[in-house]
Design a protein around this ligand. Sequence first.
Ligand SMILES: Cc1cc2nc3c(=O)[nH]c(=O)nc-3n(C[C@H](O)[C@H](O)[C@H](O)COP(=O)(O)OP(=O)(O)OC[C@H]3O[C@@H](n4cnc5c(N)ncnc54)[C@H](O)[C@@H]3O)c2cc1C
Length: 545
Amino acid sequence: MTASLPHPSAWPDSAEAFDYVVVGGGTAGCALAARLSEDGRRSVILLEAGGDRHSLAVSVPAAFGRTWHDRRFNWAFRTEPEETTGNRAIAVPRGRSLGGSTLINGMIWVRGQPQDFDGWAQAGARGWSFADVLPYFRRIEAYSGGETELRGRDGPVTVVDVPLRHEIPDAFLRAAEQAGYPRNPDYNGREQEGFSYYQANQRRGRRWSAFHAYLKPALGRSNLCVRTDAQAVGIEIRDGRAAAVRYLAGGVENRVAARAEIVLAAGAIQTPHLLELSGIGRPEVLQAAGIQPVLAAPGVGRNYQDHFATRMNWRVTRPITLNEMTRGRHLLRALAQYALSGSGVLAYGTGIAGGFVRTRPGLETPDIQYFFVHASYANAADRVLDRAPGMTIGVTQLRPGSRGTIHVASPDPLVPPAIRPNFLSDPADGECLAEGMRIARRIMAQPAMDPYRAHEMNPGEGVQSDAEWLDYSRRTGQTIYHPVGTCRMGEDPEAVVDSALRLRELRGLRIADASVMPRIVSANTQAAVFMIAEKAADLIRRDHA
Ligand SMILES: Cc1cc2nc3c(=O)[nH]c(=O)nc-3n(C[C@H](O)[C@H](O)[C@H](O)COP(=O)(O)OP(=O)(O)OC[C@H]3O[C@@H](n4cnc5c(N)ncnc54)[C@H](O)[C@@H]3O)c2cc1C
């Protein structure tokens, strides 16, 4: 189905109206809709392009890979082929349906380093220093490790220390210690540095998504309307104000007006895409795509940042890895255990254990993150587990210097945007990643891994020099699905939103999702997105008190 957008002057006057129109029922959108409707005084409509369907593939953590090609839950975008990554079109999965990317993500819970948020504030995002955002991080979570001055206990998102233990990840943590990297019981506490099992947003062995945490408990409210299969295709501007959203539902165009504000929460790919479809963006980019500029906003779609990762894997000496434990009779036993107690291998997410290290002595904080799992697959894009036993370390650079773009490719809102991450274009990124992989190899060479390590499969011992590591990264690296920054917050002319998340050139429009991050956090990104949504809800309510 295709549809192109009529010029705003052709749009009809009549529309249903709500105080707040929230576009995108994902991570931030579910939190926003719940918070903005909770006092019962304002009406809220949430528009979600995907459905309200759920499935075992979503709720059972180990079924994560099943949503990979399922268009009900995944937009399944791809990058444009780029020279810096061997001209491959790299998969960019994005969640679709109520809950957004928290329906298909790895559930790893990492807030980031205090210095990330202090850096945002220093770059012009007033009110977003770590001291400013810590109360929101605490408000979000119900952490199984208990309440402290840094951790929350009563929030909607259940966060647990991954309860599962296995001898291979145990050995990996001991190997890290043998290589000189400390154990850290809570990387979301005072210090990020060190190794541990991960924390995850799960409850009783099930995924605990933004839908479960925020939206589901709010669904009975009479002032909250949730409309699914409703894809926003344009923002209507009247008298210098964002007045209404046009959306497609069942192939028909509809329009909903906002009495107070429109809040975009369509994520770092689709929020800038929607702005550009509406004629808001860099004029030359819009014209090149055949779209008439309505409002110049030069930063839209720029400052694209993401975590690029390589994977190293080893053959394991014995059949005790997830490669075998999720097949045949083992799978039957695992299914029974999961059905009875919500535990066992099916409750495993993507990364089980991991760590944060500094690749150089002079660094103030870690610049590399590891994801360890006692499983292996030949192709990160397909994630089909090997038949023989294996283990994998994912290596990612936490604060890349490379910057890319995401821009509209056609006036047809159903044509995907052009995504150009420009990975590894900054030479320092390749160097950091190479050092991160060398450290990973050193850890795996420690005595604790002797009973398990058969041989290194990828990249293989032959890869030693900087040039070889870089070549391996360019040929095989993937995103770990953290695009951010494409509608950056700040107070400079290229910032898209100000520190209160208001579009700088237009009244009545705010953005609250991963796209507003000025700089990517040194972490998986969902916790920071929940924080952005919680703070945005406060900012909006304050302005309309
Ligand atoms: C495969 C995968 C694994 C990940 N693993 C982790 C992890 O383990 N830990 C972690 O912290 N982070 C992880 N992330 C990243 C994290 O999930 C995201 O950063 C975060 O969820 C993004 O939140 P968001 O609100 O910005 O966007 P989303 O949650 O993606 O929400 C956007 C919503 O808007 C909807 N939408 C889009 N366009 C329109 C439109 N035009 N009209 C109406 N609705 C629209 C979408 O369907 C979607 O529901 C992962 C992400 C993916 C995809």
